[in-house]
Design a protein around this ligand. Sequence first.
Ligand code: PAD
Ligand code: ZN
Length: 368
Amino acid sequence: MAKAAILSGLEQPLEVRDIELEAPHAGEVKVRLAASGVCHSDLSVQNGTIPLPTPIVLGHEGAGVVEEIGEGVTTVKPGDHVVLSYVPQCGNCYSCKRGQGYMCEKAGAAVTGGMLDGTSRVKDSDGSNLFVMAHLGTFSETSIVPEISVVKIDNDVPLKLASLLGCGVQTGVGAALNTADIKEGDTVAIIGCGGVGLNAIQGARIAGASEIIAVDQNETKLQMAKEFGATTGINATEKDPVSAIFDLTGDRAGVDVAFEVIGLQKTIEQAMQITRRGGETILVGVPRLDVNLTINPAFQLVYTGKTVKGCWYGSSNVQQSVPMLLDLWKKGDLKLEELISRTISVNDINEAFEAMKGGEVARSVIEY
Ligand code: PAD
Ligand code: ZN
């Protein structure tokens, strides 16, 4: 039995109650969660931006301790500390073998809300099956997850900090280090400085960008952005970010790399506009499925030599990037503690969603 936060339908508040878990099947692992970050993508399932079946245990950014392993599991054993990856990475498929673990062919099954074979390991209090987000469902004290969704880490890393590597840090830092091609001395802009955007900012700093322009509509976020490495902040409620960035970049008319980390049509268009000729636009925010762009290919892509790139999970291969990120943290180059605005109990999940809607927090982290 485990206490979990369940979404029963669109726009419903989450309900916290006990669930029952089966033993892990072959190739699966039972993990006792220590912590789970609350990401905007969880909220996006609740409001329908990311369509997933319900009733579902949300949460996809977690870390914990392996409690039990299923048949054939070799990479972890009970007692191991692990970060959960919201993208399973098998290491053997076409994408994984080409260094694109974030596009692993096993990952498509996540839309079913089940395990890799589509079936459920979790039952509600009335005995009916529950779905889980991203094969994980980290808003639960305990979870059954695929072996290929766990990354073993050293036992001395605080699990509360490690949980953030499961999504926000991996995605944001990876967007800057892997998806984008930031060169030493580049000027970059980040539109949206929440839990993911702040990590794109610190990733850009690590990649050697010399000017980092942060755009948000919340003054607290712009303050945080500066702590994470932004050199300039633009409050989008006070100034039009596009003309402000044209003013800042002079004849170049835009930044070398622009990141959109919200998922709105308007801010995606802004990110494309503020990208200089020959520069890159990196789309990280997850838009609603009905958002469409009108692109003039001659002026916006061909004559201007611009690239627009989608970023899924920071284009990360987790077995390599998790230890790399922890090394950066140990050296003091990567901020993790500073991302945690609030530590909460799973019972406070709806308040955490409200705080996220209000733009008040970088990350709320549930501690179990
Ligand atoms: P968040 O809610 O913590 O941050 C969003 C930020 O955007 C907040 O600081 C807001 O104040 C700010 N904001 C909102 N509207 C505007 C606006 N019009 N102009 C300027 N600023 C604005 O979210 P998050 O950082 O957890 O997630 C951000 C997005 O990234 C979200 O769409 C999420 O689903 C997506 C995501 N993508 C991946 C991926 O792999 N691509 C992974 C994880 C999250
Ligand atoms: Zn996320």
